[in-house]
Design a protein around this ligand. Structure first.
Ligand code: SF4
Length: 413
């Protein structure tokens, strides 16, 4: 690899690390078995690494360029930022992807870009990179393209035809936050692009069901990312925004990225980053909405009067302590919906409980086998041989169940 390319790689891989939305779940199976093409989305899946601050990063997660004509305050690549700049050509990114792929370093590409010249020009370059990989090299590995909300819809459509997943970052949970911190961006345009993407994905899925050779369109769906802690939005605001995005645009995932102070930060940004545990609590609440049947309003109920989720306990436990009069519940009789409310009982454990209780009456030790900590669950359940006495009435229930504070400090910023 030439020195020039290595230098660009160093700059543009580093510049991409602030984007957390690189996970790669849910794509269609595609491989080069039979000697055709190169790459596969199967097997070990996409190669991930973890940055020291805990973010998931893909090995070939790069920007096409970190030049940008926009000036988003929270972004290290904004036009007023004093950073080293570099720019790849589409051919260079395609060559890098293939050469890393052949060396088994990566299983796919996550490609984003600063805005150069115009949104259309930038989108053309992103699409061209994916085109070279797919059409000239028959690359069958995973491609995730960031799309630019105000680019020509036809270009965005091309991106969907070539990529496994596309994403459009909503950036900030409130319109006021976006206007203040990303003055060149427009909330209406971002949501309009997500809406267009959703229709194209739904239409393509329908055509794929009806016609065997219908073109695939972003089979791994679309995702987005929200920055947490750069503006005054509370967790309740963020949860409300995320649930609206899931509902309106059929997103596969909303990613939360705790704002990291950047060199030469703008004066409008907070000086300190939020604790990383806040990001973790938001992921837990996201999980509760998507897999545990919690309504967004119930997550908000778990938050304090300031709209912030507690940091010392997870949102499911916070909700259960707040609504302790609904417990204990009988694991041998309760509905799946209520079992999913028990702190410490996961989806698989609940399914196991339901399957097992058809065969026999469950005892405490049966439930204990399904969970990491029966101590956390005991106050909330009744089994054939266990009924908590006054446990949920105890004033110190929260401190009994909260992890010890030393553990919290491991995660604190
Ligand atoms: S558009 Fe905004 S967030 Fe994206 S690279 Fe440019 S300055 Fe950064």
């Amino acid at each position: 690899m030439s020195r020039n390319i290595l230098e660009k790689l160093e700059i543009l891989a580093d510049a991409a690390k602030y984007d957390a939305s690189c996970a790669s779940s849910g794509t269609a199976k595609r491989n080069s078995a039979g000697g055709k093409g190169i790459g596969s989305t199967e097997g070990m899946g996409i190669c991930h690494a973890y940055a020291p601050d805990g973010r998931c990063i893909s090995l070939l997660k790069i920007l096409l360029t970190n030049h940008c004509i926009f000036d988003c305050h929270y972004c290290i690549n904004r036009k007023s930022s004093n950073v080293r700049r570099a720019r790849f050509t589409p051919q260079e990114v395609a060559d890098l992807t293939l050469s890393f792929y052949r060396r088994n370093y990566i299983e796919g590409l996550f490609l984003s870009s600063g805005i150069i010249k115009s949104s259309d020009h930038t989108m053309e370059q992103l699409v061209e990179t994916a085109r070279i990989l797919r059409e000239e090299h028959d690359f069958r590995g995973y491609i995730h393209l960031k799309t630019i909300p105000d680019a020509d819809p036809e270009l965005v459509h091309q991106a969907g035809l070539l990529a496994d997943r596309v994403s459009i970052n909503v950036e900030l949970p409130t319109v006021a936050g976006l206007t203040r911190l990303a003055p060149d961006k427009d909330a209406g345009q971002i949501e309009g692009a997500m809406k267009g993407m959703k229709s194209a994905i739904v239409q393509a899925r329908d055509e794929t069901r009806r016609f065997r050779h219908a073109p695939r369109f972003a089979p791994a769906g679309q995702s987005t990312q929200m920055i947490v802690g750069a503006d005054a939005a509370s967790d309740a605001d963020i949860v409300g925004k995320a649930s609206g995005l899931y509902r309106s645009f059929g997103l596969r995932r909303v990613y939360y990225s705790a704002f990291s102070p950047i060199p030469d930060a703008s004066a409008v940004l907070p000086l300190k980053r939020p604790p990383l545990i806040r990001e973790h609590r938001l992921y837990q609440s996201d999980w509760l909405m998507r897999f545990y049947g919690f309504a967004p309003a119930e997550i908000v109920q778990a938050a304090g009067d300031d709209g912030m989720l507690p940091l010392d306990i997870d949102p499911k436990l916070a909700w259960a302590i707040k609504f302790r009069e609904r417990f204990p519940i009988d694991v041998n009789r309760s509905s799946r919906e209520m079992l999913l409310r028990v702190p410490g009982l996961g989806v698989r454990a609940v399914d196991h409980v339901i399957a097992s209780r058809r065969q026999r009456t469950l005892r405490l030790e049966d439930v204990a086998r399904l969970t990491v900590s029966i101590a956390k669950i005991r106050p909330f359940i009744v089994t054939a041989d266990w009924r908590p006495t006054m446990l949920t009435d105890r004033a110190d229930l929260r401190s009994l169940l909260a992890p010890r504070s030393e553990q919290l400090e491991l995660f604190a910023a």
